[in-house]
Design a binder for this molecule. Structure first.
Ligand code: FES
Length: 129
């Protein structure tokens, strides 16, 4: 049985996974994940949406190489390569409305790029052992 009763109307997951500097996969924390999450929280508070919208710190979403990464539920919209300057646009379109920021949303091109980068980073990790 599927439970459709979510505590929040919108739930934003922001990857803040940290890895040591120089790790071939990189990490969303290194590229600004915490600042991105903080900006979402500021916007939630500014729009009096605390308790209705939640921006949670997430562990690795397993697409590190194209990060920082953000997912908006319940629409299941994946954004990659997000910067703190992009957050307000994502908030206005995907949190306040049910629209997608096309220039940031992950597409098949994103997944193909990620797959290639993952192959490279995996090889580098294996070579370093
Ligand atoms: S470190 Fe963010 S997706 Fe893996």
């Amino acid at each position: 049985m599927i439970n459709n009763s979510s505590k929040y109307k919108k739930h934003i997951l922001v990857c803040v996974k940290e890895r040591p500097k120089g790790n071939p996969r990189g990490s969303c924390l290194e590229f600004g994940g915490m600042d991105i999450r903080t900006k979402f929280v500021q916007l939630i508070n500014k729009h009096n949406l605390k308790g209705i919208v939640r921006a949670s710190k997430s562990g690795c979403l397993d697409i590190c190489e194209v990060g920082p990464n953000v997912v908006v539920y319940p629409q299941n919209i994946w954004y990659s390569g997000v910067t703190v300057e992009d957050v307000e646009e994502i908030f206005l379109f995907s949190v306040l409305k049910d629209e997608v920021v096309e220039r940031l949303v992950a597409t098949n091109v994103t997944w193909e790029k990620w797959s290639s980068l993952r192959a490279d980073s995996t090889k580098k990790l294996k070579d370093s052992i």
